[in-house]
Design a protein around this ligand. Structure first.
Ligand code: 5U1
Length: 676
């Protein structure tokens, strides 16, 4: 039976696609497809050609896999072809491989073959040739029979020995292995390239391949490349051990790097155990791997087994589930995190990737969304590595459909409707309804109640989560309307604890302006900024009325903080919560807006606090000093004006006395403050 016209057409179309993607991958180092998609094309073509041998053409990519050497590099003939590996994508395919090995060898059918197992690195295969122990040539794999001469570039890789160590190496020794870029180096390289507006690489493998094919070796030398050797090729004038595992040990003795994860395993069960162990450790390794390789350990067995076309019968690559897949973006929505970050999320055509079905992927932030130019309707590469949240890696622009929709950041929070503020430097859009937004509720309340904010003793994180979960507390103002009867219905809350908690809540009502501002949890407003704002504006109305320019007049307040503070007080939901707090009885001492720091009684004076004060906490003393224009620092020096000491004052008091710095007790401090 001859192949139908449709089959021929399909095969030709696959050939064209594979040729194009080979070119992108090998020549441009800029692949468009995830590996799994490329493998699918090759497998489909291989199957069509196997079932219809009459359609095979001599120039079919199945007949010659790999790249044309780039013109700029010299061409190198591999005396022994550089083989590729057969792949197993399932346990069943691995068991079939092992069965074929056992069947072909003259061994007991039940016997377990010893395999040399190691990770399969995701890098670029190279050949290194040594004559009399000196590196004389480095070459890429190319099409397996001819590669490119990259001697100048491999010489720049520190892990490549320029001359061999020890003795006993063959006169001619060709070793083969994988050049790779460790993940950390890859991240750093891309960050720098991005900052300089230069080309970035999609993944560490392309970064390694691209770096090896630089025309200027000085550029290669700057790339963080590494290498593990895994095989020998041509050997003349010398003997090697009789097992693959021993050959690798010997290579290590001569100064080559071999993978420290390598093991000898017994039979197919040993292989599977190694596969699972490496799979579990995959994300912990410093480099990317896409599977493991098993090689029959005995070299005499390898010789008996021989080759089929371009792959040995004695080795196989057992691939991990693909971490990258293609799918289509159905929609782009915005999620609000616990800190108010508004993040774009892609809703996907469900796709099986990294071992699970994925329907959502993060787009990180608006900058990333724009940089990658992701639109609704686009075909994209989705990556799911380990337990990391799936992400959209890149768009396949050539597959963009007409009407693919651009998405803009929302102006209103999708959860609470408050305004969304976008600060360019931060790349993150944030909901400004910090006190009101349900997405941020629990975090806002925990911060509000914390010791250095409103200091509500007994109101811990677990309790807040419960109050939020039952919808009893929506904003901090609701805390001031809780009753004992309500509290006792909560987990681990008895009558006594409930009464105690209500007392703490009651006590927290009398606070300072600075603490109150800090408790509001405005982004970027830490204790020091809250204190500076309180000192500067003196009262809430003046602060709320301040525009960004007026805010920037406060020491340490720059444009970002000013924008945050202004946006916070502009948001009507936040104003309502503040009103609710004041109505519930939260109070502090206010004064006229002025620049108190400039002419307060303690202006310019530097204080250090030590020991326990009887009538106020150290934080309260600090607030009071700052409100009077003074500054509180942590250590005593010549610049200190006063050391305020309480009970059990320690070395700071001694040091003050030594340096002749004035010391005052609590009464003394009150006197200084009373001058206000
Ligand atoms: N770890 C490892 N990767 N890798 C790739 N071993 C290994 N062996 C290979 C290839 C292409 O080929 C053998 C046939 C030498």
């Amino acid at each position: 039976m001859t192949a139908s016209a449709t089959t021929r057409k399909r095969a030709e179309s696959l050939r064209e696609q594979i040729r194009y993607h080979n070119y992108r991958y090998h020549v441009l180092d800029d692949p468009e497809l995830p590996d799994i998609e490329y493998d699918r094309l090759v497998r489909e073509l291989e199957a069509l050609e196997r079932d219809n041998p009459e359609i095979v053409t001599p120039d079919s990519p199945t007949q010659r896999v790999g790249a044309q050497p780039v013109k700029a590099f010299g061409s190198v003939a591999h005396k022994m072809p550089m083989l590729s590996l057969e792949n197993a994508f399932s346990e069943e395919e691995l068991r079939n491989f092992n069965r074929r090995v056992v069947d072909r060898l003259d061994v007991d059918p039940g016997s377990a073959i010893s395999y040399a197992a190691e990770p399969k690195l995701d890098g670029a295969a190279v050949s290194l040739l040594y004559e009399n122990g000196q590196l004389v040539r480095g070459a890429t794999r190319g099409d397996g029979t001819r590669g490119e001469d990259i001697t100048h570039n491999v010489r720049t890789i520190e892990a490549v020995p320029l001359s061999l160590l020890g003795k006993g190496f063959p006169r001619t020794l060709e070793v083969r292995g994988e050049v790779f870029m460790p993940r950390a180096g890859f991240q750093e390289f891309n960050e720098i390239a991005r900052a300089k507006g230069e080309k970035t690489f999609v993944n560490p493998r392309n970064a390694a391949a691209g770096s090896l094919r630089q025309l200027d070796p000085r550029l290669t030398a700057e790339r963080p490349l590494d290498i593990y050797l895994y095989a020998v090729g041509q050997v003349d004038g010398g003997q090697l051990p009789k097992r693959q595992s021993q050959v690798l040990d010997r290579l290590q003795d001569w100064g080559f790097k071999v993978c420290p994860e390598r093991r000898v395993v017994e039979g197919v069960e040993g292989c599977l155990e190694f596969y699972r162990a490496m799979g579990a450790r995959r994300d912990l390794l410093a480099y990317d791997i896409d599977g493991v390789v098993y090689k029959v350990d005995r070299l005499d067995y390898q010789a008996q087994l021989g080759f089929v076309s371009r792959a040995p019968r004695w080795a196989i690559a057992h691939k991990f589930p693909a971490q990258e897949e293609l799918t289509v973006i159905r929609d782009i929505e915005f999620q609000v995190g616990r800190t108010g970050a508004v993040t774009p999320v892609a809703r996907l055509e469900p796709v099986f990737v990294g071992g699970v079905t994925v329907s959502n992927a993060t787009l990180h932030n608006m900058h990333e969304l724009h940089r990658k130019d992701v639109r609704i309707g686009d075909t994209v590469i989705v990556r799911r590595a380990g337990d990391v949240i799936p992400e959209v890696v890149a768009v396949l622009l050539e597959r963009r459909v007409k009407g693919a929709r651009i998405v803009k950041a929302p102006k209103k929070c999708p959860i609470c409707g408050s305004a969304v503020l976008f600060i360019d430097e931060e790349a993150v859009a944030r909901c400004t309804g910090g006190l009101f937004c349900p997405a941020q509720r629990a975090e806002a309340l925990k911060h509000f109640a914390s010791r250095r904010a409103m200091d509500i003793d007994g109101l811990g994180g677990k309790l807040i989560e419960q109050l939020v979960a039952v919808d009893r507390v929506k904003t901090p103002a609701d805390l001031y309307h809780l009753s004992v009867d309500e509290l006792v219905t909560l987990e681990r809350m008895g009558q006594k604890s409930a009464e105690k908690l209500l007392k703490s809540i009651e006590r927290s009502k009398a606070t300072t302006f600075s603490r109150f501002l800090y408790a509001l949890g405005v982004r970027e407003v830490g204790e020091a900024t809250a204190s500076a704002l309180a000192s500067h504006f003196g009262n809430l109305d003046a602060l709320v009325a301040a525009d960004e320019e007026a805010l920037q007049a406060v020491s340490d307040v720059g444009p970002v903080v000013a924008a945050r503070v202004h946006a916070f007080f502009e948001e009507k939901h936040n104003k309502a919560v503040i009103r609710g707090l004041i109505d519930a009885g939260v109070t502090w001492v206010e004064r006229e807006s002025q620049a108190p720091v400039a002419d307060g009684p303690l202006t310019g004076k530097v204080f250090v606090l030590t020991g326990t004060l009887a009538g106020m906490t150290r934080d309260e003393a600090k607030d009071l000093i700052q409100a009077a224009g003074g500054k509180v620092t942590g250590s005593v020096s010549q610049k200190t004006d006063f050391v305020v000491f309480g009970d059990k004052a320690g070395s700071k008091l001694t040091k003050a006395q030594k340096l002749g710095v004035k010391t005052v007790d609590e009464e003394g401090l009150k006197k200084l403050l009373a001058d206000q």
